[in-house]
Design a protein around this ligand. Structure first.
Ligand code: LMR
Length: 396
């Protein structure tokens, strides 16, 4: 038989939780697994701005023919402005361009193949820990994957250790950084930390790849782009992967972009020709629907304002859930121990719970989170904070 030597691999640890949670008959279960936002009803809503944009598309779209290799030009321009700022000098000098991809994951995969094919011999450095798919996507593309420390066993951000290792990274290697809302830990760098990283990148001629999957979920749409814009302003070359999954609620529409900043407009076109070639061999042309929605929203001032307000609403709700959980933990004497939940940003919290405690939470209290102790704060039901705190207290 042709397939007889093929062995089964374990299922994805994050996506597997969706299935396990759905199967649990408990009426009081908590879904803190996969990184999706949930509203007060426990639903992952379609934003009103998205609904309205879809309605317009339904009425006005005249063709479902292919978009080009880089996707829809309007989407690319508008996403570039969202990420780099409407007044970005990099954009004014035509030094940056976006390639539409199937989600942020598609952007990462395109980037991985680009590095492998166009920058041979370069390794990539990931934070320890990082999103597990970062590990596999670059390894699968054939890159040497190494790590810099980020959060230690004490569940604290260790910037000194991070900088020390970055100082040793071989010249020319790629360093993947999380723009905001670090996945899985929720610990973000301060502005001063970013400046220190930038100085090392410049001194050692490293190439940063900034993964920007949660714009708007940390401190705000503009604030979250601070480090990306600093790097774009100070460096001649930069790679950025941008996702519309979370902030537009377009998870299943697979909408994202790979942005490249190059030294000048000519070199940008050289790089983009390679990206189009690689993308053609990966997915030919990107899916359109989500990107068409995003272009409708960002291209219309009224619709954009509605969306900005909706993103801010999601951000504030997550921030409230963080403080609400800390208050709920107080009567159990656990507020201090989990104080980091209030410092972390975005959807995720590295809780510091051990794999054994995570298992107990799941088996005995129907609380689902990733085995590493990562909880999706955005999945918490605000009306049952005490039940969650009681479950956590029971395993601590
Ligand atoms: C997560 O980390 O939960 C999200 O980014 C969803 C995913 O694809 O893993």
């Amino acid at each position: 038989m042709h397939f007889s030597a093929i062995e089964r691999v374990p299922g994805d640890p994050i996506l597997g939780l969706i299935e396990a949670y759905a199967k649990d008959p408990s009426p009081v279960k908590f879904d803190l697994g996969v990184g999706v936002y949930k509203d007060a009803m426990g639903l992952t809503p379609i934003p009103q701005s998205v609904k309205q944009a879809e309605q317009r598309l339904l009425e006005r779209q005249t063709s479902k023919s292919y978009v080009g290799g880089h996707g829809d030009a309007a989407f690319g321009r508008l996403v570039s402005e969202l990420v780099l700022g409407a007044d970005s000098s990099v954009l004014q000098h035509q030094r940056a361009g976006a390639t539409q991809t199937p989600g942020g994951t598609g952007a990462l995969r395109l980037c991985a193949d680009f590095i492998k094919q166009c920058l041979p011999g370069r390794g990539i450095w990931l934070s320890d820990p990082t999103w597990p798919i970062h590990e596999t996507i670059f390894a699968t593309a054939g890159l040497k994957v190494s790590h810099y420390p980020y959060v230690g066993a004490d569940n604290r951000l260790n910037v000194a250790a991070m900088l020390e290792v970055l100082e040793q990274v071989p010249e020319g290697d790629i360093v993947l950084l999380h723009a905001c809302c670090h996945n899985p830990t929720g610990f973000d760098l301060s502005h001063e930390d970013w400046r220190q990283v930038l100085r090392i990148v410049q001194r050692r001629h490293l190439l940063p790849l900034i993964d920007f999957a949660y714009q708007g979920f940390g401190d705000g749409l503009e604030q979250d782009a601070w480090a990306v814009r600093l790097f774009a302003a100070e460096l001649p070359e930069l790679l950025i992967t941008s996702s519309c999954s979370k902030n537009f609620g377009l998870y299943r529409e697979r909408t994202g972009a790979l942005l490249v900043c190059a030294q000048d407009a000519q070199k940008l076109q050289d790089v983009r020709s390679q990206l189009a070639f690689i993308a053609r061999n990966l997915w030919s042309t990107p899916p359109d629907h989500g990107a068409a929605i995003v272009a409708q929203i960002l291209g219309d001032p009224a619709l954009k304002q509605l969306w900005v307000d909706e993103v801010e609403g999601m951000r504030l709700r997550i921030a409230q859930l963080r403080s609400g959980l800390l208050e709920a933990l107080e009567p159990y004497g656990l507020r201090e121990r989990f104080a980091h939940i209030g410092v972390q940003r975005g959807m995720f919290s590295y809780t510091g719970l051990s794999p054994e405690q995570v298992k107990q939470l799941r088996d005995q209290h129907s609380v689902y989170m990733v085995g590493t102790g990562r909880a999706n704060v955005a999945g918490i039901d605000a009306t049952r904070l005490d039940a969650l705190a009681r479950a956590i207290a029971a395993v601590c």
